[in-house]
Structure formats: C-alpha cells, structure tokens
Ligand binder design. Structure first.
Ligand code: UDP
Length: 566
C-alpha cells in the first residue's frame, strides 16, 4: 500500500549533487515542496483511502548522463533549456509524494547498479526478474538500456515509460511500418505501446500526457498581484540571446511595443559583454526561477517572438496574471517544413509558439495573432492595456492535477499483461445502443451491458464512437465534439460491426497494416480494419478515408482522464 509522503528529505538526497542541472532541480523541489504536500493531502481525501499499490520505480534521466554528452548541465546558468529539468524535477517529486519507492540514476554506473547488471562494455542480459515495476526514462536512456541490457530489454520493455517532450506518433514508433512508409527518424521505431510515451503537453492523445506543474497562488498573493500589476510592463520570452537575435522584424515589434510599454527581458549575458538586446530593453539577465515569478507578477504581458516552442514559461506567466501574446504560425510548423521539428517522430502541426496556450487556455489569457500584420499587433497591445486579467492555471498543471493523473496511470495503465480477448460483437445494434445512446431497448441493452462491463481502462462506459470527415484525423474529429480521442479503445471498434453501426455499407472488408485504419474508403466502399494494434493511431488523416474514431469524455481541466477514470 502506497502512503502519501510529506517529507522530501530522502528525495533530495536521491537527486544527488555535482551538476548544475541537479542543483536546479533541487532548488525547484525545495521551493515547491509545501505546494506538493498540500496537494497530496487534498488528493488523499478525494481518493478516500482507496488502495494504491506501492511500486518500485527507477527514474533514469538519460540526457543528464555524461555518456550521452550531457550538453544541458553546463548551460543551466547560461540561458540553456530548462523545461526538461523542470519536468523531471516535478516527475520525481510527484512519484515520491505519491509514496512510491523511487530510485534516481543520472549515470550508467548508477543504472547498472540499480538494475543489477555488471558494469563493462557490451551488452549484458539481465538474467533474473527486473527489480522495478516501472522505469521512467527518455530516448537517451532507452538507447543506453538497449546497449547494456541487450535482448533482455525486449522482455522488460512493457515496464518502461519514455518522457518525450514533443511526442511520438504510432506510425513513427512501429519499426517495420516506419521503414516501409518513410516515417523513420533517429528517435522512433522502438515498437512501444504509444501510451508508454509521455509528453510535456496533452497534444498527442496517442501518447500519455505527463506534464509538469506551475506555481499556485493563495488568496493573499492573488490580491497582491491585482494591486501591483504595472499596466505598461512587458516581459519578453526568451533567455538566450539567439532568440532575440534582433532581426529587422523583431526590432520593429520591439520598437512598436516600446511606444506603449516598458520592456523587460531575462536574457543571459557574460559580464564582460553587453547583452545583445536593444538599449531600451531592461534586461535582468537570467533570473532564478523564484525571481522570474516576481517579475511576472508585476508584468501585464508576456510576449513570445516564436521561440522556444511549447515551453513551461508561458504557463507560469499566465498563472501570475500576465496575458501571453504570441505569434500564430501560418503555415503551421511541423517536422515536414521546419528545421527544429525535422527528425522528430511526429507530423503534428504546431499552429503557434504555444498551441496548448492557444487551444486550451485562449482569451483573455492568451492572444494569438499574426505578427506580420502590424495593425493587428498594434490593436492587440491596445486591447491588452485596457483589460484586466486574473491569474489562471489549468487544473492539470497544478500539483493536485499532476498527482491525480500520475496516480491514475500508475494504478491503471498496464502494458505487460496479455490483453483479455474482447468478446465477439455480433450485433451492430448493441454497439449503437451503448456508444451513441439511442432509444433504449431491453434486449439490446442487456447485450450491450455485457460489453460495457468488459475489463478496460479507461472504462468502456466512456467510449463514444464517431467517424471523421474525409481528410480529418481522429484527434480533430473527437475534438470537434468536445471529446478526446482514446487510442486504448481502438481494439473495441476495430470490428466490422462498427462500420454497420455507423451506417457504412461495406462492399469489401479487408485487413491491413495502416495507421489510418479502421477506416472507410468512400471511393471503393471498402471497410478496412487494422491488423497491428501497435498502429492504432488518433493522429493521421487521408482525403480518401473516413476514419472510425474512438472518443471519450474528460474531466474538467484534466483532459488525460475520463470522468469515470479515477
Ligand atoms: N526560467 C528561469 N529564469 C529565467 C527564465 C526562465 O528560471 O530567467 C525558467 C522558467 O521559470 C521555466 C524554465 O526556465 O520554468 C523553462 O522555460 P522556457 O519556457 O524558456 O523553456 P525551455 O526552452 O527552457 O525548455
């Protein structure tokens, strides 16, 4: 039985020393400790002593190992990326606070020690059982485990979770399919279950949403913020001078902005060299996280100039009562047309600097506009100065939200047990009845309830079956109905009865390996089923197909979990 833990002393010891990245993580863990502990208390009450298995968990942070080159640690104090460290600090804290037995490794030596693999060169199969129930790692760590565990990794891989900021789509993850159909990248092709990849934002329902947390405010702090907002103060997003490399365009925006506002920045610079930002910018240099929060509490607007993509800072700004003003990308950026995303195992289209802020938060907290249109830019600044906005933090980015989500994954996601075969569905009416909510009919209802009680997480009661339009993905089809695509449900709708239930007349029924299937081809009246469960994918669309989409509801502010998922 796992018991919530309020003392973080043991965790801090585990994190270790000797690297700037680890010190950054420790400072963050200490700073947010009280917030985590009170969130744990609330979740504990909510779960009302429900049994929670205590798991043995290894966290192997591959990108921080010397063996992977560790390019991040030396840049922690020099404007390098911090988002990953923010997320790992929050992951280990959440696991610890949930009461699991957590071991942390940031070197191959530690990894070997924890796994009981003798050190040395070459691969060495792990002979006995895996000494952990779960392993959280990243792509670097996965590669290291493959090198050092060899084939035994395959046996244990259902226990692995890969922290993967931007996400991995099934077409890229499936080695054979990726190779045959041009989805091969440096990262994908691990043949994991799509939901074993865990992302920074809930942008790809094919993966699990891990997330991180932002600071929460108490009433006093809220009042203080409201009283002390400086109406004409802007903070520019970007701690590295390269993000500011003042192109003519950016200079123009900054000059426009400067007509109305005092502009602040947190760009790292060397003491001997002046900061590479225009003279009218008040640059504070890279700030400790806590001081950045203070700056955001005063500022009215936080402005992104297009980079970095999908980082934590905009959420922190919005949580501290700033309006986030950001550029819309037209056309949307993706691995197909953008250098930064090239080679990443996803075709996801990034519609703005921070699509989560744009789509999940939106106005008045987030304003997404075309920066090339100077009239629009000007108007946005005017609007911002006129309105008052309250601090806002989506529940899924609070400590309680993250604990709730991680708790649900740990206790319910299971990629190791063989799947119980789904009982054959021989009546499309039964599907209709249950998944579309039609007129009740007792014969069908009793049949349908036998399907609905089938063991599944999320529970089958949450399933809502839809068809996409031609050219639409299941991500979009579900979203258009206020629902979320749930890949775990594909296996229940990958049956010919589902086509009939949806009103499709199948001229032919075929089965194939294709990440768009199950789908209906309008041209040929063909109903195509999926042969390989690893290719069930919410992402992906084709102008020739209407896809079958398993959607589900979600909890308010917690898109990763269905209403009955807890
Ligand atoms: N940050 C900081 N000091 C600064 C600017 C940013 O500590 O002067 C922190 C910020 O609080 C955030 C983290 O850096 O949690 C990562 O921010 P960003 O959104 O820039 O993402 P990154 O590109 O670093 O992953």
């Amino acid at each position: 039985q796992a018991v919530f833990q309020s003392d973080i002393g043991a965790l801090l010891e585990q994190v270790g020393t000797g690297k700037e990245s680890l010190s950054f993580m420790k400072r963050r863990i200490r700073r947010l400790a009280a917030q985590w502990v009170s969130a744990a208390r609330r979740l504990d009450e909510k779960l009302r002593n429900r049994w929670r298995d205590k798991k043995k968990i290894l966290v192997h942070i591959g990108f921080l190992t010397e063996e992977s080159g560790d390019v991040f640690s030396p840049k922690v104090l020099k404007g390098g990326p911090l988002g990953e460290m923010v997320q790992w600090a929050d992951i280990v804290t959440a696991l610890h606070v949930l009461g699991h037995n957590v071991k942390i490794s940031v070197s191959l030596k530690e990894l070997h020690g924890f796994l009981g693999v003798p050190p040395g060169r070459g691969s060495c199969p792990l002979t006995g059982a895996l000494p952990f129930d779960l392993i959280y790692t990243d792509y670097h760590g996965l590669q290291q485990m493959k090198q050092h565990m060899g084939l035994s990794l395959r046996k244990h891989k259902c226990h692995i979770r890969v922290i993967d900021t931007f996400g991995t789509e099934p077409a890229y993850n499936h080695e054979e399919y990726a190779t045959l159909h041009g989805y091969r990248t440096n990262w994908g092709y691990w043949n994991l279950h799509g939901q074993q990849y865990m992302t920074m934002f809930p942008h790809t329902p094919d993966n699990s949403f891990m997330g991180f947390v932002a600071e929460e405010l108490n009433e006093t702090e809220r009042l203080y913020i409201q009283r002390n907002k400086v109406n004409n103060m802007a903070v520019v997003y970007g701690k590295d001078a390269s993000m500011w490399k003042v192109s003519k365009d950016k200079e123009k925006f900054l000059a426009v902005l400067n007509r109305y506002m005092e502009i602040h920045g947190t760009v790292y610079y060397e003491t001997q060299r002046p900061p590479e930002v225009p003279a009218f910018v008040k640059n504070h240099g890279l700030l400790p996280q806590q001081e950045l929060q203070q700056l955001l509490r005063k500022a009215k607007v936080f402005i992104g100039f297009g980079f970095p993509y999908e980082g934590p800072a905009p959420l922190e700004a919005i949580a501290n009562g700033c309006i986030f003003l950001q550029p819309k990308f037209k056309p949307a950026r993706s691995s197909l047309n953008n250098e930064f995303f090239r080679g990443k195992p996803t075709s996801r289209k990034v519609s703005s600097q921070h699509p989560y802020a744009e789509q999940y938060i939106g106005k008045p907290h987030v304003i997404t506009i075309d920066f090339n249109n100077s009239a629009e830019f000007d108007a946005a600044i005017h609007d911002i100065m006129k309105i008052n906005v309250e601090p806002f933090l989506p529940y899924e980015y609070t400590c309680e939200g993250m604990l709730e989500r991680l708790h649900a994954y740990i206790q319910n996601q299971d990629f190791c047990s063989p799947e119980v075969p789904f009982p054959p569905v021989n009546s499309s009416e039964a599907l209709l009845e249950r998944f579309f909510i039609r007129e009740p009919n007792s014969r069908i209802l009793s049949w349908a309830s036998s399907i609905i009680s089938f063991p599944s997480w999320p529970p089958l009661t949450a399933l809502r079956l839809l068809t996409s339009l031609q050219g639409q993905s299941c991500v979009e089809a579900c979203q258009s109905k206020g629902l979320t695509c749930e890949p775990a449900f594909y296996r229940f709708i990958n049956i010919k009865e589902a086509f009939k239930a949806l009103g499709f007349q199948c001229e032919v029924v075929e089965s194939e390996m294709n990440h768009l299937f199950p789908a209906f081809s309008t041209e040929h009246g063909e109903c195509s089923l999926q042969v390989d469960p690893l290719l069930f994918s919410c992402a992906g669309s084709s102008a020739k197909h209407q896809r079958l989409c398993p959607c589900r509801d979600h909890r308010d502010g917690q898109v990763a979990l269905c209403k009955e998922c807890l």
